[in-house]
Design a binder for this molecule. Structure first.
Ligand code: ZN
Length: 156
């Protein structure tokens, strides 16, 4: 009864946690340049995240559909690969990208917006303000001092 999710880059950038079978594509991991996102990606890999290229057949189906909706010009290679992987594994695509959501809907792929997803933040990734050190659940900017709030992995 475990669900299958295909994860877009912001999942790793925000350091949120997903419960289920998890996939992403190599093109997405290439977009993760911050050290924070890389640390989060390592945590996902420990929890069973699979990084796989989509099948070419699935990529072709997605590309054709994106052309028919006019979204192809707005989609990156990572977006197309994610859609193809979600199609291939019948997974729910976790993304905030509007064009990706639109093409997904046309292909019958279920999507969840990252901020609305049934995603459980776990305490081993705490969000801590770099300015005053306060801990937060979801903030990216500290409401007290205005500094950046960063995801910090907490050692168990
Ligand atoms: Zn602060």
């Amino acid at each position: 009864m475990s669900r299958t999710y295909v994860l877009d880059a912001p999942v790793f950038i925000y350091g949120v946690h997903v419960v289920g079978t998890m996939y992403t594509v190599p093109e997405v991991t290439r977009e993760l340049t911050s050290s924070q996102a890389t640390v989060v990606l390592q945590e996902f890999l420990k929890e069973g995240l699979k990084i796989e290229e989509p099948l070419k057949k699935a990529v072709d189906v997605v590309t054709e559909k994106a052309k028919s909706t006019g979204d192809h010009l707005k989609l990156s290679q990572a977006d197309i690969d994610l859609l193809a992987k979600a199609l291939e594994v019948s997974g729910t695509l976790v993304t905030d990208d509007y064009s990706v959501q639109n093409v997904a809907a046309c292909l019958g792929i279920e999507t969840q917006a990252i901020r609305q997803a049934r995603i459980k933040r776990v305490l081993k990734w705490r969000r801590r303000c770099v300015g005053c050190g306060r801990l937060y659940e979801t903030e990216t900017i500290c409401p007290v001092c205005g500094s950046e709030v960063r995801v910090k992995p907490v050692k168990r």
